[in-house]
Design a protein. Structure first.
Lengths: 432, 351
């Protein structure tokens, strides 16, 4: 018996377990929460109701897909992008959207969650696609982002179509568009929630309609009926699982900011270095000019050196032998020249000392004075003549101008008289 | 002396120059009068062009509130026009705090049924009532429902903002959107077939539009496709903004939606009018119906012939057709009525 148990116990237990698993699995597959569960709250395209639990899963799955799409697009935008502004924009977009999408996905009410997801996916896509911010910021690299955001929006509305009626979808679409029209400067649209519309429109008919109509009320009530503790735990786990990723992205953003700040500092340092370089080049220029001066000085010194060298290099040994006759001739010539100089000086002194010299000097002075007076009078006359001519020209021009005006006036008056006569003649004809 | 001469010369030159620069006096009016005329004309021209809506609204009579109005208005109708009604309801409630205004958007077929059953006082519609809907009403009450136009609108054709297509004819649109090309044109599947060259020539055309439950779908189908079916490749979107964004996100796409949804990411294509000229869906071209795909927003009421409509519903409609009401219509991004159509609506209510 014990041998039997030893031989067959383990395989039997294993078989029972497998059978139980298979049966359980088949039952699980056969169970349709939408059909069998008590929480039938919405309608799909084919009018099949969906449950709150299903909407829970759908919204959270969408949140993950949306963040994944955005992560891929933003990562591609950052990769090998030399522009720090574009890198930062992509990073901030990714972190903002992911944080808000996960925040929405961990909301308690499935319907509010769905509406908020639609709001964020739509507004973010409107900012980056419809308002052309993608092209403005990423300048030619935006295609992937546009595709991702559009895809996300299409999915969000497909999700909404499973819960909302077509007219409600139309209304929500209008509400979002209207909000965007009135808030065109809101770039960080991922922070907007559906509740903003109701607040912004002062409990308008549209917001009331959307809050009260369709399947919304059912979903809300059903959501309240679900075990709050379980939902809270689920939300907590959902958020906790994604928190490290968010944290990592936040750190990446911080790193990006730090690098950008470093970049700025480096740019400032570069500017300083450029200034120093400019100064150095100026100094070099001064040094070069000093070099030129020193070169010329060198040249001068070299010339002097050359002279000295030439003087030194004179070959005294190779010169002629001393000849006394050459010196005797030179002394004779010098004596003759000195005599002539003495005679000249003597005659000059005599001239300056004589009365005749004074008289001549006085004559020259008088003559010069008279010539200068005459020249002044003549120049004065020339100036006067020039001014009178200018007066005459201006006067003639002015007279011609007045004559021209008078002529124009007379011609116009003449033409009016002619026109008046013609019209009088016309009237007379008509009266006849 | 020389300085005196110089000063005299300068004075003379100045006198001559000033004399020459003054224009001759004509018609007994000075230069200042002429400049003043120019300024006035320029200012008026600018006002007329930039704020045509304001000037048009000024042509409408102002709304005069009544005293002691009480009661309830129930509005059930198409969501697009209901949005417009909801905008006005906010201001109407401020004026008449004792009037209860219940506004409900519904699928477009629900409104006429609600009017027939007496569940709605006013029925906003983004298309005219179908003949069978009018017939059902007439069979029950012995007279047709009263139609009041409350705003103008147009279906715009959107393409990518870089798409260089200068304009399209309705026949070309039929060739693009229709399965059968009932207007006699050929099937158009690439942008090269409407005359684009270069990189656009081989680009396939992607179609965006509304689903069959929407009034815009019906109007486009009637006016462009002559009631023939759309191509199966038409990508149906739930709302106008989705259509426009679909076009903005796909370079080869084309779509139709209300001009209300125009944005920077797309370009609106001018369409050939009845005279063969191409017209963009501007306010002016929509009002004078040069643009071919015009439509209106309507409100239907149950009013027996030769009995003026009374009560809060009539007052709401009078407010809608007044200067203030049409200004709210314009502020909401819709196209207000011209003065004659608004006056006709007011007369219909009073007759």
């Amino acid at each position: 018996m014990r041998l039997y148990l030893r031989t067959y116990q383990f395989p039997s237990l294993l078989g029972v377990c497998v059978a139980l698993l298979v049966c359980g699995g088949c039952y699980t597959l056969a169970w349709n929460p939408a059909k069998d569960g008590p929480r039938q709250v919405g309608a799909t395209d084919g009018n099949q109701p969906i449950g709150a639990a299903e909407l829970d899963e759908l919204t959270r799955a969408f949140a993950d897909r949306y963040v994944g799409l955005l992560y891929s697009a933003c990562d591609a935008l950052k990769k090998d992008n030399p522009d720090p502004v574009q890198r930062r924009e992509a990073q901030v977009l990714m972190v903002d959207c992911a944080t808000n999408i996960y925040d929405i996905a961990s909301n308690a009410d499935a319907f509010t969650r769905m509406l908020d997801l639609v709001v964020v996916a739509t507004l973010v896509s409107q900012v980056w696609i419809d308002d052309d911010r993608g092209a403005e910021v990423f300048a030619g690299r935006e295609e992937l982002l546009i595709r991702a955001l559009h895809h996300g929006r299409v999915e969000a509305w497909a999700l909404a179509a499973q819960v909302l009626r077509p007219d409600q979808i139309d209304l929500l679409d209008y509400l979002l568009w209207d909000w965007r029209r009135h808030n065109p400067d809101m770039v960080r649209a991922s922070f907007v929630r559906f509740s903003n519309f109701a607040i912004g429109r002062g409990k308008s008919a549209n917001a009331e309609l959307l809050a009260a109509g369709g399947f919304y009320a059912n979903v809300g009530r059903q959501g309240q009926a679900v075990d709050e503790a379980r939902l809270l735990t689920e939300r907590m786990f959902y958020m906790l699982k994604r928190e490290p990723t968010l944290l990592r992205w936040q750190v990446d953003t911080l790193k990006e900011d730090i690098f950008n700040a470093l970049d700025d500092r480096m740019k400032q340092a570069d500017a300083t270095v450029a200034n120093v370089r400019a100064t150095v080049s100026e100094v070099n220029a001064v040094v070069t000019s000093l070099g030129q001066t020193s070169n010329s000085l060198n040249a001068m010194l070299k010339t002097a050196d050359g002279l000295i060298a030439r003087y030194d290099s004179v070959d005294r040994k190779s010169s002629r032998p001393f000849d006394i006759r050459e010196y005797t001739e030179a002394l004779k010539e010098l004596a003759v020249t000195a005599g002539k100089m003495n005679d000249l000086l003597k005659s000059s002194n005599e001239l300056l000392g004589s009365s005749e010299w004074d008289r001549r000097i006085q004559q020259v002075s008088q003559s010069a004075d008279e010539r200068m007076k005459m020249a002044a009078e003549q120049s004065q006359r020339v100036v006067y003549e020039a001014f009178w001519r200018v007066y005459a020209v201006i006067g003639i021009l002015f007279a011609m101008f007045i004559l021209c005006l008078v002529a124009v006036f007379l011609v116009i008056r003449r033409l009016r008289i002619v026109a008046g006569n013609a019209s009088d003649a016309g009237r007379k004809k008509v009266s006849k | 002396m020389t300085q005196l001469h110089l000063m005299m010369v300068i004075a003379l030159v100045c006198a001559v120059v000033v004399g020459c620069s003054s224009p001759p006096v004509t018609n007994g009016r000075g230069a200042r009068d002429q400049v003043a005329d120019k300024v006035d004309i320029a200012r008026l021209g600018t006002e007329g062009d930039a704020n045509g809506t304001r000037i048009l609204s000024d042509a409408l009579p102002p709304y005069e509130p009544v005293v002691g109005l009480t009661g309830k208005i129930t509005s059930i109708g198409a969501s697009t026009t209901t949005n417009l009604v909801a905008h006005l309801a906010v201001d109407f409630r401020r004026m008449y705090s004792d009037v209860t205004l219940q506004v409900t958007a519904s699928p477009i077929s629900i409104g006429p049924a609600a009017l027939l059953e007496g569940r709605a006082d006013i029925v906003p519609m983004s298309r005219p009532l179908a003949p069978e809907e009018v017939q059902s009403f007439t069979n029950k009450y012995g007279y047709p429902p009263t139609e009041i136009k409350v705003a103008a609108d147009a279906l715009a054709i959107y393409v990518d903002k870089k798409n260089p297509v200068p304009g399209l004819t309705l026949e070309q649109l039929d060739g693009i959107f229709s399965q059968t090309q009932h207007q006699g044109g050929s099937s158009i599947e690439t942008w090269g077939q409407v005359g684009l060259t270069g990189e656009w020539a081989g680009l396939p055309i992607t179609l965006y539009g509304y689903g069959p439950e929407d009034a815009a779908h019906l109007i486009f189908r009637q006016q462009v496709l002559h009631d023939e079916p759309f191509r199966l490749s038409l990508r149906v979107e739930g709302g106008g903004s989705s259509i426009v964004q679909g076009v903005a996100a796909h370079p080869g796409a084309i779509g139709f939606a209300s001009i209300f949804f125009n944005c920077k990411g797309v370009r609106v294509v001018p369409l050939a009018g009845a005279d063969g000229g191409f017209y963009a869906p501007t306010e002016q071209n929509i009002r004078n119906r040069s643009y071919p795909l015009c439509r209106a927003h309507y409100i239907y009421v149950n009013k027996p012939p030769r009995q003026p409509l009374g009560g809060p519903a009539a007052e709401f409609l009078r407010f809608l057709l007044s200067r203030e009401g049409q200004q709210i219509v314009a502020a909401g991004g819709n196209i207000p009525l011209d003065a004659a159509t608004a006056e006709q609506g007011r007369r219909t209510l009073a007759e």
